[in-house]
Design a protein around this ligand. Structure first.
Ligand SMILES: [Zn+2]
Length: 384
């Protein structure tokens, strides 16, 4: 899947460290680059010079540094030297962002999907990518496309093994999109892509480890540890929604008692409908019921309790510094917060209770940006 043309002139560990630091932290002096990366000043120069000659870095401004007030130029990334497209796929639409080499979002576009048919989705991603490419100042500098999609996704092989919401099995999505757009393309589980974006540009900046937990149609989770998002050798990791901690209902995945069978949106709608004796078809309406009807409130209480158990399981197993809670299910947060907290406090083991919970509403643009971040990282690291 690699196409070395247009790659950075160097993807040595030093170059990766320098580029990553400049993208995530902005312009800085060579001395600060040396301190931040642990490279000697000679090594920094050896890295910066070819990257600057190739147009990826530039010297800007001059700051006063040191007690003698010697002027020092700053090194920064040339944003327009390369562009990346990140796409978030849902069952009803695709949303894409164009991001430049400095990580800035340059354009956002979306398209409704006429169907979940693979060819239709590939066609739409191709058209969206082309439209975003045309919006760039330098369309010929689009380097990489990355797609975030829910389900069991193996980035190494580009295979979507199973995506329940699209009802896909065994789709080689990366290869199909790559053939369509003519650019290196990677595909990754959408929660892991979001987590990569949060690590470089969001709530995970500077954190040695953190987890992202998403609540909504599915319950997702990904872990970032020392700058790497855990992927699982078989494409599966962080399947919090399928921990058997929520009773004894059968789950679509084939197991029993999965968290999603109580806390996923479909389960909430079904349980609130049953509780109030009236069909409730969207989460906002279910929340409205929960705010005024104790029978519906009891449903949300149970949702909060099992979510608290789930989050406690994450901190007990991995010990992240923070857990970022996001997803469209946050609309019910006021109804689930207290039982979630109470269950977490009981179930968190020892000092794991000190993991910080960050509630962070994120738009679909943030999910697409996560995918674009993976494309940007792959470009800097010189690998898919
Ligand atoms: Zn399940």
């Amino acid at each position: 899947m690699n196409s070395r043309s247009g790659w950075l002139p160097s993807t040595s560990p030093g170059a990766v460290a320098v580029m990553s630091t400049l993208v995530t932290e902005g312009a800085m002096s060579r001395a600060d680059l040396s301190r931040r990366t642990g490279l000697t000043s000679a090594a920094v120069t050896k890295v910066v010079t070819p990257l600057a000659d190739a147009g990826y870095l530039q010297e800007v401004g001059r700051s006063v540094s040191g007690s003698l007030g010697r002027p020092a130029s700053l090194v920064e990334v040339c944003g327009e030297a390369a562009y990346f497209v990140g796409v978030k796929v849902t069952d009803v639409e695709i949303l894409g962002v164009l991001v430049d080499l400095s990580g800035q979002i340059r354009a956002t576009q979306s398209r409704k999907l006429a169907s979940r048919d693979v060819d239709e989705v590939v066609e739409s991603i191709g058209a969206l990518t082309e439209s975003l490419r045309e919006s760039a100042d330098h369309p010929d500098r689009l380097r990489y496309v990355a797609i975030g999609i829910s389900g069991d996704v193996d980035r190494e092989s580009g295979l979507v093994s199973y995506s329940p919401f699209l009802r896909w099995h065994g789709v080689r999505l990366a290869q199909q999109v790559q053939a369509k757009v003519g650019l290196p393309t990677l595909v990754e589980n959408d929660v892991r892509a979001l987590t990569a974006g949060e690590h470089w540009f969001g709530a995970g900046v500077g954190k040695p480890s953190f987890a992202v937990v998403t609540v909504g149609a599915g319950i997702g989770c990904a872990m970032s540890v020392r700058g790497q998002v855990l992927a699982g050798v078989h494409g599966v990791s962080g399947e919090l929604g399928h921990l058997p901690i929520a009773g004894d209902r059968a789950c679509y995945c084939g197991a029993v008692g999965c968290l999603e069978t109580v806390a996923g949106t479909a389960a909430i709608l079904r349980d609130v409908s049953t509780a109030v004796g009236s069909e409730v078809t969207d989460l906002a309406a279910a929340v409205a019921w929960g705010e005024q009807d104790p029978r519906a409130a009891a449903v949300f209480h149970e949702v909060g309790r099992v979510l608290g158990l789930g989050i406690a399981s994450v901190v007990n197993l991995f010990g992240p510094q923070s857990v970022v809670l996001t997803g469209e299910g946050l609309v019910a947060l006021d109804l689930v917060r207290e039982p979630m907290r109470a269950a977490f406090v009981v179930q968190a083991y020892g000092q794991a209770i000190h993991s910080e919970l960050i509630v962070r509403p994120l738009t679909f643009e943030a999910w697409a940006r996560g995918a674009a971040t993976m494309a940007l990282q792959a470009f800097i690291r010189g690998a898919v």
